[in-house]
Ligand binder design. Structure first.
Ligand SMILES: C[S@@+](CC[C@H](N)C(=O)[O-])C[C@H]1O[C@@H](n2cnc3c(N)ncnc32)[C@H](O)[C@@H]1O
Length: 297
């Protein structure tokens, strides 16, 4: 992680760290498949692990009859689960059109009534919804990709109805550390040096503070750590490429991307990396006030 932090320090000095539009564009392009085709196999390579996290994140919250928004929905893992758990309607929102397309296919395959699930291309930092629109706001495995997290939490608060629930899944300090460290070490430094590695460690204390500052009440957190073991180092590397979309390949010329990816696989193999840790911190809270009777059908 030393390398990631050193790079972020250089990015801070040269101004790249605060260049949010550039970061968003890299992330969006990555999830749109610009840097690697792993993303087209997101569910095959990462779906099982994302689902495990979604189940933990939603366990213990009552979504029955609620209208929810799932921000950074990806292929729709959380939205589909929320509907299964009795949510009345869901908005699946994501910055990437390709991810929304995959989510649409998944919802069709699951036979979801189109009246219950809608799709919206959006930026978490500026949600295209009026104040007090939803009974619950959920975001899972995406928060670390939003450059201005304070803005994103403020937006979640704004669109939530008084008395509404938030379930915010963030990335803890150990999240994917084996894969991040190995991937970053394998890359030719000239392509990545001095630009921001969107890296996400957040502690429970930081998440609680961020949520309270936005105005949420009854804030608490749960932390889930899974040590996922893959059959081979190459499959661990493929998982990470799919789930993260390889957005840090943005500066690598297209003709060199395959070569850089092979270097990553080789280093995973040399180091024998078959384990990739999931470290998920979920913050729960409520917007002050109470849902009025007409909101509960
Ligand atoms: C690792 S995937 C997680 C997807 C899904 N929630 C899951 O659990 O599988 C991260 C998702 O966040 C989306 N994303 C990244 N930045 C975003 C932003 N600023 N606004 C909305 N979505 C964003 C990406 O396009 C991607 O689909």
């Amino acid at each position: 992680m030393l390398m990631v932090n050193a790079n972020n320090l250089i990015a801070l000095i040269n101004g790249n760290y605060v260049n949010s539009p550039a970061m968003k564009e890299r992330v969006k392009s990555g999830y749109d498949g610009a840097f690697s085709d792993h993303i087209t196999r997101y569910d095959e390579l990462a779906g099982e692990f994302q689902k495990k996290s979604a189940v933990a994140q939603l366990s213990g919250i009552d979504l029955r009859d609620k209208e929810i928004i799932d921000i950074g929905c990806g292929t729709g893992v959380i939205s589909l689960l929320a509907l299964e758990m009795g949510a009345k309607k869901a908005v699946c929102g994501d910055i990437s059109a390709s991810m929304l397309e995959l989510a649409g296919k998944n919802s069709k395959a699951a036979g979801i009534d189109p009246g219950r699930l809608s799709f919206c291309q959006l930026d978490a930092e500026s949600l295209p919804y009026a104040d007090n629109s939803f009974d619950a706001v959920i975001t899972g495995m995406s928060f670390g990709l939003f450059p201005d997290q304070k803005k994103a939490v403020d937006e979640m608060f704004r669109v939530l109805k008084p008395g509404g629930l938030i379930s915010l899944g963030a990335h803890g300090p150990e999240h994917y550390w084996e894969a991040i460290d190995t991937t970053i070490r394998s890359l030719s430094k000239r392509y990545v040096i001095g630009y921001r590695f969107e890296f996400w460690p957040r502690t429970e204390k930081q998440i609680i503070k961020m949520m309270k500052n936005a105005g949420f009440r009854d804030v608490c957190t749960s932390r889930y750590i899974w040590r996922n073991l893959f059959g081979t180092p190459a499959s661990a590397c493929d998982f990470f490429a799919a789930v993260s979309s390889n957005w840090w390949y943005a500066r690598i010329p297209e003709r060199k991307r395959q070569g850089e990816y092979r270097k990553a696989v080789l280093l995973f193999e040399k180091r024998g990396i078959r384990q990739v840790t999931d470290d998920v911190i979920v913050g729960y809270g409520k917007k002050p006030g109470s849902l009025v009777a007409r909101d509960i059908h």
